[in-house]
Design a protein around this ligand. Structure first.
Ligand code: GLY
Length: 378
């Protein structure tokens, strides 16, 4: 296999089924330019579509296409409007027809070049086109490099909510080019950092301690620190996905902070007022506060969580992301109840016994959750 210098390779181990769907995650500089060679070393297909959006396409789509061409792969670039609105039935239907117009066959593959929207939509498109073609994730945000590009969750949104229609369809390769993060606005970088920090809080206490000492190096894009943070995050996620690909159990841990956070994000309306990682940062703080309320965890842990998130500039309280127009607790509770983890009307939350000691709590008492919201919104 070709290897670009300074690139680290991990694998998501999904062996054990009839067909080995394990795949590599490559992390490091220069991977956009090396995309063609890395793909050609793994795929026999000679036709591809590169799905991208109006923000990322102008920066990197030509480079990906040139790299594919140099490796003997012809491609067509499909560009969608940047933003969550593109994860729709209409956009999906249009793209399916454009792929068929382009004459793709089952050996053809898709390259999803962009952040979470492109990755989720592109992955779903690949899952259903011709009953499933291969795809490669080339994530261009920190958030998508450490979370959404790994693990095969693909989805679009409907009027009932985010990510309610989709499929598990694992990519065949993930190319996380850390050079591209240099063009990310700091707020976007921080939003991704919340997901990085999440892995420390779930089950990597040493990583959390490392982040407390190295966050500024990561956020100022020190190449070694950044690659280390992305590598450990992807390794942590790959380990969970290898254990529980379809979220029958342990994978739910990756939702730490998400049930509280999604409620705020949904109330804000996905229009950029509240970024996903900002909502997750507040949600993680609330998950720890709730854990302390239930006597599961000591208050010192909240101090560490909130001090670190605040020190890098992430929010830890609803008011910091929602301003003065706070949603009602009834609305927030209704949003939480529509979470995919809810079973028989009972909430499931990811709670913690300490830093790096998260666990799945089923049948959570809603009255106690109301109290946690009351305190947080006061
Ligand atoms: N982002 C959560 C998961 O992939 O399961």
């Amino acid at each position: 296999m070709p290897t670009v210098s300074g690139v680290q390779r991990l694998s998501v181990d999904l062996g054990g089924s009839a067909v080995d769907r394990s795949y590599d995650i490559l992390i490091g500089p220069g991977l956009i330019a090396a995309a063609g060679a890395e793909i050609a070393a793994r795929f026999s297909g000679k036709r591809a579509v590169v799905l991208t959006d109006t923000h990322v396409g102008p920066l990197y789509a030509d480079a990906v296409q040139a790299s594919l061409k140099a490796a003997g792969i012809s491609s067509e670039i499909l560009t969608i409007p940047a933003g969550e609105g593109s994860k729709s039935f209409d956009q999906l239907g249009d793209l399916l027809n454009r792929c068929l117009d382009a004459g793709l066959d089952r050996k053809s593959f898709l390259v999803a070049l962009g952040g979470g929207v492109v990755g989720d939509l592109g992955g779903f498109l690949a899952a259903i086109l011709l009953r499933g073609i291969d795809y490669v994730q080339v994530p261009t945000t920190l958030l998508s490099q450490v979370d959404s590009s790994v693990g095969g969750k693909t989805a679009i949104n409907t009027r009932h909510g985010k990510n309610l229609v989709g499929a598990f369809h694992q990519p065949r390769l993930v190319l996380a080019d850390t050079d591209v993060l240099a063009t990310l606005p700091r707020r976007e970088l921080l939003s991704g950092y919340a997901e990085v920090a999440k892995y420390g809080l779930i089950d990597q206490p040493d990583f959390w301690t490392w982040l407390e000492g190295n966050a500024e190096r990561v956020l100022s894009l020190d190449p070694a620190a950044l690659a280390e943070a992305v590598r450990i995050s992807c390794e942590a996620k790959a380990a969970v996905v290898a254990k529980d690909e379809r979220e029958g159990g342990a994978r739910a841990l990756l939702n730490l902070g998400h049930t509280f956070g999604h409620a705020l994000e949904a109330e804000a309306g996905y229009d950029g007022q509240v970024l996903h990682g900002e909502a997750v940062a507040v949600g993680m703080s609330l998950a720890f506060r709730h854990s302390v309320r239930l006597g599961l965890c000591d208050a010192e842990a909240i101090g560490r969580v909130e001090a670190h998130l605040s020190s890098v500039g992430l929010p830890v309280a609803p008011r910091q992301v929602m301003g003065q127009t706070l949603p009602t607790i009834d609305r927030l509770m209704a949003r939480m109840a529509s979470d995919k983890k809810t079973e028989g009307g009972k909430l499931t939350l990811i709670l913690a016994r300490g830093i790096g000691q998260s666990f799945i709590a089923k049948d959570v008492d809603s009255a106690a959750v109301v109290k946690t919201w009351e305190e947080a919104l006061a």
